[in-house]
Design a protein around this ligand. Sequence first.
Ligand code: PEP
Length: 258
Amino acid sequence: MRVRERLVAGNWKMNGTLASARALIEGLRRELMPLTGVKVAVCPAFVHLRDVAALLSDMPVTRRICLGAQNLSPHPPGAHTGEVEGGMLKELGCRYVIVGHSERRREEGETDEIVAAKFARAHEVGLTPILCVGETLAERESGATEQVVARQLDAVLSGGAKVFAEAVIAYEPVWAIGTGRVAEPAQAQAVHAFLRRRLAGHDAGAAARARILYGGSVKAANAAALFAEADIDGALVGGASLDAAEFAAICHAAERQR
Ligand code: PEP
């Protein structure tokens, strides 16, 4: 039996309509069997959170799906036009929040410092951050993978390693996101083990408990091989999380590999 409960989280990104978000939850209600030792979360767009929260609260307890957001402001409440504050997400029923996704680092210019501030803010309001780290193809090819993920992790660790006891890290090689090109299980495992060793250098107990997810073109067909690796504690799923049957199959693969 594993020490760490697995987590499979769906990142719906900026997709869908209210109707398709509802249909997706209805699909999960049909497809998802009761799971043991696996937590499931979905992260819809901000504007769909309230409706999805209401639908999730109606799910049978044995199939309970948690709610997550895709981003939060690094600031406490105040004059920050267009931003969404962590406490607001908590009030809507969110349990998780993704921070430092590579699309935000690339498209919105989020630096390690901004990501660290968002991570800290999530903790302040009682949300569990899912910290995304990962290298680009050029960085991998130049042998800089460990250096890049170490820098991204260290920026957050400087806020105090204690927070990692219940935090979640997602290793998402940028070259595997939305490309259909998945990391080899052994390739992913090597980076996961590196991240756990790095955490252990700060706090051995937290390192043993922290869940490290893999993200990057995870599908039902490749999930089981990834989950078989010792340090892969689940998945952050983009494209495949928009298909209820496919996402449910990934969640079931996580349970089989317990
Ligand atoms: C993601 O964006 O977090 C992701 C892993 O996407 P995909 O599964 O589509 O590669």
